[in-house]
Design a protein around this ligand. Structure first.
Ligand SMILES: [Zn+2]
Length: 107
């Protein structure tokens, strides 16, 4: 199945990475970022960083990192389409039907 770029982008924009990750991991605001214990490796000090500005996460302990899709894929062991579907549902984004005509840009 083909996922249009604009749908992926819409889903990404409507799922703030901090909101999504804080649903799985306890993260605390630290400066302009959020920090918590990494869900991808065992640790006692928080080296897992989430940036709301950049919409990315990064672990300085094990090197895991990526965007909101990568996080859900790695955490849930999802494929990209599964992660996209879950995040789309959470954000209320509907996928266009296969035969839907391309909407004309009204601009
Ligand atoms: Zn880690």
């Amino acid at each position: 199945m083909y996922y249009p770029e604009e749908i992926i982008e819409e889903v990404r924009q409507k799922n703030d990475i901090v909101d999504v990750i804080s649903g799985y991991v306890r993260i605390k605001k630290k400066g302009s970022n959020y920090v918590g214990l990494c869900p991808f490796h065992n640790e006692k000090t928080g080296s897992f960083m989430v940036s709301r500005n950049k919409q990315i996460y990064k672990c300085f302990g094990c090197g895991a990192g990526g965007n909101v899709f990568t996080f859900v894929m790695e955490y849930e062991n999802f494929t990209f389409p599964e992660a996209l579907k879950q995040l789309a549902e959470q954000a209320g984004v509907s996928f266009p039907k296969r035969n839907m005509t391309r909407r004309q840009s009204g601009r």
